[in-house]
Design a protein around this ligand. Structure first.
Ligand SMILES: Cc1cc2nc3c(=O)[nH]c(=O)nc-3n(C[C@H](O)[C@H](O)[C@H](O)COP(=O)(O)O)c2cc1C
Length: 188
């Protein structure tokens, strides 16, 4: 059952023609029935600074944390920058890890990555998984979705045209929803 499952998606790319943002948009069409996906924009979130935090948590951060809290699960589409996750994503996660309300704690997460390179952002995904340990975010181990040579998988306006990748994202989203409502399948 995926009725009313609310998923919040975000990416650490601010690029207008981001393949990772395009993958999030594609995911909206690939959801299990009844599930919904809202995409949060990380661009307005300022750089983390404890001095700023001491004066007052910025409104954009409060709103981002509220969206996380309201979601049943998360979907992160991450670019790979120098073998790791981009600062925009780490910064947003760092802000969300602060305070007494911890909306990330114990939240189920699906990860995908899109890169123009031949590894599809795999190295960034494994760095992100390490960060998840600190946050007690619960990422799905499988399926892994690496969109390699992303420039060949989307058209000029950002539509995901590669059928294999569409199916991979569908399976990932179904697994995310299933992780919220585990069903015994009698198979490994
Ligand atoms: C600073 C920087 C570092 C990058 N490092 C890597 C890398 O380590 N591995 C990789 O596969 N691609 C790397 N890339 C290429 C990105 O995967 C590519 O720009 C991708 O399109 C970024 O995601 P986006 O389309 O969502 O913005 C890098 C790009 C930038 C701007």
């Amino acid at each position: 059952m995926s009725a009313n499952v609310k998923i919040l998606g975000f990416t650490g790319s601010l690029r207008r023609k981001s393949y990772n943002m395009a993958a999030l948009r594609a995911a909206k069409d690939l959801l299990p029935e009844g599930a919904s996906l809202e995409i949060a924009d990380l661009a307005p979130i300022p750089f983390f600074n404890e001095d700023v935090e001491a004066v007052g948590v910025p409104e954009e951060v409060v709103r981002f944390k509220q969206k996380i809290a309201a979601a049943d699960a998360l979907l992160i589409a991450t670019p790979e920058y120098n073998y790791s996750i981009p600062p925009v994503l780490k910064n947003a996660l760092d802000w969300a890890s602060r305070g007494t309300d911890l909306p990330l704690y114990g939240k189920h997460l699906a990860i995908l990555s899109a890169s123009t390179g031949m590894f599809g952002g795999a190295r960034a995904q494994y760095h992100l998984r390490q960060v998840c340990v600190g946050l007690n975010l619960l990422p799905l181990n499988k399926p892994e979705v690496f969109i390699m040579r992303a420039n060949t998988k989307f058209d000029e306006v950002g539509n995901l045209t590669d059928e294999f990748t569409r199916q991979a994202i569908s399976r990932l989203l179904q697994a995310l929803v299933d992780s919220l409502h585990p069903i015994k399948r009698g198979e490994d």
